[in-house]
Design a protein around this ligand. Structure first.
Ligand code: NAP
Length: 258
């Protein structure tokens, strides 16, 4: 049997207890990675770990709110201590925010920024020193196609994902001298619990929402978590060693025009 594409790599995946994070955790583990599933949702994270172990893979749960500095530092330092290093960080955890600017409460704005931007900053802040020590690492930051296109009712969310794209480029410049690659993923609409919530909050009924989403893609089906997981695997693995500071769209052709 040939070696997996992440053989022996220690991979931290935030938001690994659901949707894209879980699909990535399962795929990374199948490719030989040792997975740290970090999430606020213990039941979801434990289920991901259970599925990985049932498949013969290696994984552990760490309960961590990425927006909490102490939790982010614990996640990084405890993982590095237990596993000896951190090779891959997938900053995937994120939450939705629905509303125009004038409809968005200050509390919702702050919450979306806290998880989606501060969370990426904090976990990276505490993981990067361990990568610098080993002079290698791959960081994948979760942005969204919404960073590049305008969509209705998504002010706080769009702002947070645009910030992630800019942060990714800045981080890449700073950390290239240390052998660390930093890239972003920009998914379109992917069928996960997150999108189910968005459909409930944004449309009078689910079918109408799905119709609107399909209309903006070049394909009729929504993306699957596994579609994004495959792209994340590429960025995590050494196959993408010349890919730096970029954003990879996985969006069913949303920007392709119709
Ligand atoms: P999901 O199914 O809701 O999974 C996200 C996971 O992150 C959940 O387990 C969630 O826990 C956890 N989480 C939330 N806040 C957290 C925090 N502060 N610290 C640690 N974990 C936290 O979402 P998804 O659709 O897989 O999305 C994953 C990422 O992709 C997000 O960053 C999202 O913005 C991005 N994205 C998604 C889509 C899409 O169409 N699905 C498109 C573009 C980008 P709870 O369930 O308890 O909140």
């Amino acid at each position: 049997m040939s070696a997996g594409r992440l053989e022996g790599k220690v991979c931290v995946i935030t938001g690994g207890g659901s949707g894209i994070g879980r699909a990535s955790a399962l795929l990374f583990a199948r490719e030989g990675g040792c997975i740290v599933v970090a999430d606020v949702d213990r039941a979801g994270a434990d289920e991901t770990v259970k599925q990985i172990r049932a498949d013969g893979g290696e994984a552990n749960t760490v309960i961590a709110d990425v927006a909490d500095p102490a939790a982010a530092q614990r996640l990084a330092d405890d993982t590095a201590k237990a596993e000896g290093r951190i090779d891959v960080l997938f900053n995937n955890a994120g939450i939705a925010g629905v509303g125009t600017v004038h409809e968005t409460s200050t509390e919702l704005w702050d919450k979306v920024m806290a998880v989606n931007v501060r969370g990426v900053f904090l976990v990276s802040k505490f993981v990067v020193p361990h990568m610098i020590e080993k002079k290698r690492g791959s960081i994948i930051n979760m942005s969204s196609t919404i960073a590049e296109i305008g969509l209705a009712q998504r002010a706080s969310y769009a702002a947070s994902k645009g910030a992630i794209l800019a942060l990714t480029r800045a981080m890449q410049v700073d950390y290239a001298p240390f052998g660390i690659r930093v890239n972003a993923l920009l998914p379109g609409t992917i069928a996960t619990p997150f999108v189910e919530k968005y459909l409930r909050e944004s449309y009078p009924n689910r079918e109408e929402g799905l119709k609107a989403i399909r209309k903006r893609q070049l394909t009729s089906e929504l993306g699957k978590p596994e579609d994004v997981a495959s792209a994340a695997l590429f960025l995590a693995s050494d196959e993408s060693s010349f890919v730096m500071g970029t954003g990879l769209f996985v969006d069913g052709g949303v920007r392709g025009g119709k």
